[in-house]
Design a protein around this ligand. Structure first.
Ligand code: ATP
Length: 236
């Protein structure tokens, strides 16, 4: 793959004695958007956590820019330009400014203030509330703060776990629009979702079933596959 940023092959992992990933493969090129689809419990969150080093890979390999990072810490991976936004995404007991400061900690020191100012310019709702607690924001604004916090470290790849979770369709559309703008500026995205609206952003789609990658291709190729079309779009 040209300009390969992230690649994971044959990942296996789980919790205690319970294996959840049974051979997950995923790759993201520079500037590419990959949507990871899968039903509840398919292992999407687990896969993202293993990619970020928040859980160990029992088997398999992970590379960033071609370098093996399978045994690197989360911090080391973040320093290589990957940011992670969990479903929660922010620290509710901290101010918006402090959330962004934490998000920027892996950017070069001299670039941090400028990175945060640039984000306030992009998210004016947050700029007006910098001393407010993140927990006082609406669900939609909190999601925007989660995105801003992840981007404050100036990543090249943003890994997101279900950005649509808990959001009304209106806010989902807003999140999609915001992500679309950063995507157009060259940010690579890996988004685990159940909401097929996110396919509008996707250059490629991966589907995970019971901890295995069963399909990788374009959205058009997904639509052309009858079984997957039925599984993800509920068509009969
Ligand atoms: P969801 O959309 O519901 O988050 P998912 O595809 O992200 O689903 P995971 O959260 O990765 O799936 O969960 C995969 C499996 O691992 C599920 O069977 C789940 O019950 C199990 N699991 C998740 N977290 C833990 C945990 N901390 N301890 C034990 N089992 C867990």
């Amino acid at each position: 793959m040209a300009d390969e940023l992230l690649r994971a092959s044959g990942l296996e992992s789980g919790y205690g004695g319970v294996q959840v990933l049974w051979g997950a493969d995923i790759a993201v090129a520079a500037g590419e958007t990959v949507v990871l689809l899968g039903a509840n419990g398919a292992g999407k969150t687990t896969l993202l956590r293993v990619l970020m080093g928040l859980m160990p890979a029992w088997r398999g390999t992970i590379t960033l820019d071609g370098a093996a990072v399978t045994h690197e810490t989360t911090d080391q991976r973040v320093r290589r330009g990957v940011a992670y936004m969990s479903e929660l995404g922010v620290f509710p007991d901290m101010t918006i400014a402090d959330n962004l400061r934490i998000g920027s900690r892996f950017a070069p020191r001299a670039a941090r203030a400028a990175a945060i100012d640039a984000l306030y310019a992009r998210f004016p709702d947050l700029a007006g509330k910098r001393r407010s607690l993140a927990g006082s924001l609406s669900g939609g604004q909190r999601k925007m703060l989660g995105i801003a916090k992840a981007l404050a470290g100036r990543p090249r790849l943003l890994v997101m776990d279900e950005p649509s979770a808990g959001l009304s369709p209106l806010y989902v559309a807003e999140v999609l629009a915001v992500l679309g703008r950063f995507r157009a500026e060259g940010l690579a995205l890996l988004i685990a979702e159940q909401n097929v609206a996110f396919l509008d952003l996707a250059d490629r789609v991966c589907t995970l079933e019971r901890g295995r990658t069963v399909f990788t291709g374009t959205t058009a190729e997904l639509h052309a596959n009858d079984a997957l079309e039925r599984a993800y779009f509920g068509l009969t």
